[in-house]
Design a binder for this molecule. Sequence first.
Ligand code: EPU
Length: 433
Amino acid sequence: MQKEAFLRIHGGFRLEGEVFAGGGKNAALAILSAAILTEELCVIENLPMIDDIFAMRDILQVLGAKVEFSKNVMRIEARTLRAHAVPDALAHKLRASYYFLGALLGRTQEGIVPFPGGCAIGSRLMDQHIKGFEALGAHVYEDSEGISVKASSLRGSVVYLDIPSVGATINTMLAAVLAAGSTEIVNAGKEPHIVDLANFLNAMGASVRGAGTDTIRIKGVPKLHGCSYAVIPDQIETGTLMIAAAATGGDVLIRGALPTHMEALTAKLLEIGVRVDDTGTGEDSIRIRSEGRPRRVNFKTQPYPGFPTDLQQPMTALLSVADGVSVIQETIFESRFRHLEELRRMGGKFTVKDRIAVIEGVEHLTGCPVTATDLRAGAALVIAGLMAQGVTEVHDIHYIDRGYEFIERKLNALGAKIERLERIGPLEIAAGD
Ligand code: EPU
């Protein structure tokens, strides 16, 4: 019989206490694919135990790598690869399956990846990835099955990206580190996960400079070696926890979080009246303190260091109860306001035209059954449930489990009251871990 897991959130509990930021999903996805660029053992630490990472493990195994994964550490040894194609079912599980195009191209000069899955938040084109591969000398074929890349040899080149795409920057880096000669990626993405990938590649013996700026310079090397590496803290999980703390009038210390990655969100939280500090001890941490109703604020999503699109949805949940009208412009993904339909069912007041949402803050939200439409939409609905009066049920939480390691555990440890339940036909039971 079909089982459906869902979260039941009893609203109105203030979050208080300390919590640790987990390892970065989007950094980890890039780093795990990069591990096949060497025959030697890579030990990757601080991985979140989430569905996207389990899917990456499965892809690595299908390609022929020996993989062990437990307690947030994955050991990957890709001594020989037996396949250069990612199977359909795995590719469709997540967006980042397409990083194996760049990684396979770098390692074996050929790769096939069916069109990747991931959240349906916009058209998510791949023209810039293809531009990067072609600039390095690869032939790229697209058909209804997916994308194939092949090269007799790869040589460094200048790649000018029309937009600073995270995925295209990462895929070009993966393909270029073992290419002959030098590559320059101009108008590159500057996200923390791109810098983390560069640090990992350098720990493997690559020569990648300038990550975190507009231009990344890569000198190709003939071979990479194994290494041990710990992934950076998750910028978006940290942001989600910051917003959740602010939304409940809470007082929460997030340990292991990097304040420099959070500046865009911090600036907006300060504007709406939330206190954001570090501990003053030099330790990586962020303390959030809030009371009373948040003030309204406007913002626009932008590539890093601008306000991240991945936090737009959680932030709009918080602003749904702000004092006044907030105007939010989503410039990265054209379909990233679908969660507002669900928030409307909880009493939120919104109008959306093109990529602009106008949020008229209401006094309070009211719990009801809602459905996650993508990963960060799910996080937004959990935050709404924490703030709402009464009980909220969030369905389709498989989206949330792709990117948050048991979100309810961290929130419950801070005082939230969230149950993970399974519905089997008409029966409801508490879901085990
Ligand atoms: N784009 C193109 N052509 C391309 C590539 C991208 O037009 O070749 C467009 C996209 O359609 C989109 C914009 O450029 O409108 C930005 O896309 P980008 O490539 O930067 O994003 P991505 O690599 O698909 C990653 C994250 C997303 C995050 C975005 C933006 C991973 C696996 N995914 O996606 O994360 O929203 O960057 O920061 O790293 C999430 O974690 O919930 C998530 C969706």
